[in-house]
Design a protein around this ligand. Structure first.
Ligand code: F6P
Length: 555
């Protein structure tokens, strides 16, 4: 059986790790004046500088050999052509079809899925145009002013991140809110500022069975019924993005307002589907299509570019170098644009839910590290919070710096400061505080050692298209790493376990909890004291179909 760590290339990389252990990144530049030109790359409106890494030419060549010897070419083709690569859930993985804008068919089980994708896109177009123009009316004839997306995980993070990132393109009369936390104060706080007559709720849930989302959706519906319309009016204020049409309709959503998507779209890969509806509502359907175009352009690059010039492949391989050979445990994501402040959270789910696995696709335990801990926040704030540890702490943390080049009119000076700060940090991480004077740094115990690696990703401008390309870049990076580690990046059994036990605990809180461990029982005892049985029942997250009160059809 093939064992990754026993492969000739892997072992050569281990030897290279020892050989280059004392290399200084800055010396790579001194020895090779062409390093920046050689180790930077443009794809559309994205520019990647990967020269500030502790990666010699020899290491890079070996990493590319690792990709060459992996199943990447085959698995990439399988993904794009709808083969079942999510083997544990027995599904294809076809988020790339959602941004496929050409005429060519994409087959799943012998059936071309493009007509349904195009039909749903058309539905998104018509609906978003109706809401944006004011043609869509609430129950008493007023136009929609606030849109509340209720969802969690992939049904929240993608649209939330993208709507914020593209806020400057937002419809001026529409305001967007995202409710995800089951903590009732989250939805309460949002609702307290809204008028039910002018609010539209999007219940975003692939399964229409996620406890947090259903509970929030029911609270929103109750608030709507208490403060405005009747059951029959729910349809004018609630729509759904879900694969579970039946449950959405039982909730009171009109059939034509259930925006479909498909089992072959993973939650964390779903912002290109009807889960992206808030994006289309915010920036308009044309902007949404531009987002898809940017992602599609990155897909084409990922398929066509040789590995040595392939942006996602290079980013994946450099990540593998740090994770598997240098021993880095984490990856920092540091966007400098405030508009990208949700990007670290989005990428955290994308990467950690995809590659947080410890068995390979055959179910055998792996004997190497897989996905890193992904974390971060905006750079200016990070500089005054966690950067100290990155400069002088005992951890080794590769960083992705991300920023857009084009300033917003009127705040050019801010944007200039933002970019110069980012470049200064990337330089300081590499150079340290003592420049090339080894003697000085040995004398000064408070100096910054430098030799800390980073990539810099520049967007010409923060447009829908460039954002689409950026997200697709990271999706493919995660995919490439998953293929090299031979894991399934598309299931999430750990998350499912948590969901199942949450259900069991709430069902068995009164009796029959004896088979939980003593700690859980003790903690349940404390919880129980605060919740009389009636309060627990009232907050049950069962689908609305089981509600006592029937939902009447629209008048
Ligand atoms: O977080 C786990 C997960 O299954 C994600 O993949 C998904 O995006 C999220 O839960 C929410 O699930 P749903 O969209 O079905 O409500």
């Amino acid at each position: 059986m093939f064992q990754l760590t026993r492969s000739v290339t892997w072992q050569a990389l281990e030897r290279l790790r020892d050989k280059t252990a004392n290399d200084r990144i800055r010396d790579y530049f001194t020895n090779d004046p062409q390093r920046f030109e050689k180790m930077s790359l443009r794809v559309g409106g994205l520019f990647l500088d990967y020269s500030k890494h502790q990666v010699s030419d020899e290491v890079l060549a070996k990493l590319i050999e690792l990709a060459d010897h992996s199943a990447l070419v085959q698995r990439r083709a399988q993904m794009f052509s709808g083969d079942i690569i999510n083997v544990t859930e027995n599904r294809p993985v076809l988020h790339t079809a959602l941004r496929h804008l050409g005429d060519e068919p994409v087959y799943v089980d012998g059936e071309d899925v493009m007509p349904e994708i195009t039909r749903t896109r058309e539905q998104i177009k018509l609906f978003s145009e109706a809401v944006r123009s004011g043609e869509w009316k609430g129950y008493n004839g007023q136009r929609i002013k606030d849109v509340v997306n209720i969802g969690i995980g992939g049904s929240d993070l993608g649209p939330n991140m993208a709507v914020r990132a593209l806020l400057k393109y937002r419809h001026p009369e529409l305001h967007f809110h995202f409710v995800s936390n089951v903590d009732g104060t989250h939805i309460q706080k949002v609702l307290s500022r809204l008028d039910p007559a002018t609010t539209l709720f999007i219940v975003s849930t692939k399964t229409f069975s996620t406890q947090e989302t259903l509970l929030n959706a029911k609270t929103a519906r109750r608030w709507f019924l208490e403060n405005a319309g009747e059951d029959a009016d729910v349809g004018a204020h609630f729509i759904a993005a879900s694969t579970n049409r039946k449950a959405a309709m039982e909730f009171g959503i009109r059939e034509e307002n259930v925006f479909e998507f498909w089992a072959w779209v993973g939650g964390r890969y779903s912002m290109w589907s009807s889960i992206g509806l808030p994006i289309a509502l915010s920036i308009g359907f044309e902007g949404f299509i531009e987002l898809l175009e940017g992602a599609h352009e990155m897909d084409r690059h990922f398929i066509e570019a040789p590995f040595a010039q392939n942006m996602p492949v290079l980013m994946a391989l450099i990540g593998i170098w740090y994770i598997n050979f240098i021993g880095a445990e984490t990856q920092a994501i540091v966007p400098y644009d405030q508009a990208l402040n949700q990007l670290p959270s989005f990428l955290q789910q994308l990467d950690m839910e995809s590659n947080g696995k410890s068995v390979d696709i055959f179910g055998h335990p792996v004997n190497y590290k897989t996905g890193p801990i992904v974390w971060g926040q905006t750079g200016s704030n990070g500089q005054h919070a966690f950067f100290q540890l990155l400069h002088q702490g005992t951890r080794y943390v590769p960083i992705d710096f991300i920023a857009s080049l084009k300033p917003e009119p009127g705040v050019e000076d801010h944007h200039f400061a933002l970019l110069t700060n980012m470049l200064a940090q990337a330089n300081a991480f590499m150079e340290g505080s003592q420049g090339d004077s080894k003697e000085l740094s040995q004398l000064d115990p408070y100096s910054c050692p430098g030799n800390r690696p980073s990539s810099t990703l520049l967007l010409d401008e923060l447009t829908p298209k460039n954002l689409g390309a950026l997200i697709a870049l990271y999706e493919h990076k995660v995919f490439v790493q998953g293929v090299i580690w031979n894991i399934n990046s598309f299931d999430q059994w750990g998350v499912q376990l948590g969901k199942r036990i949450a259900g069991e605990i709430s069902e068995r809180i009164d009796a029959n909890a004896a088979d939980f461990d003593a700690s859980t029982q003790g903690l349940l005892e404390l919880v129980r004291a605060h919740f009389p049985t009636s309060a627990r029942k009232a907050d049950s997250a069962e689908p609305a179909s089981s509600d006592k009160k029937p939902v009447r059809k629209k008048r």
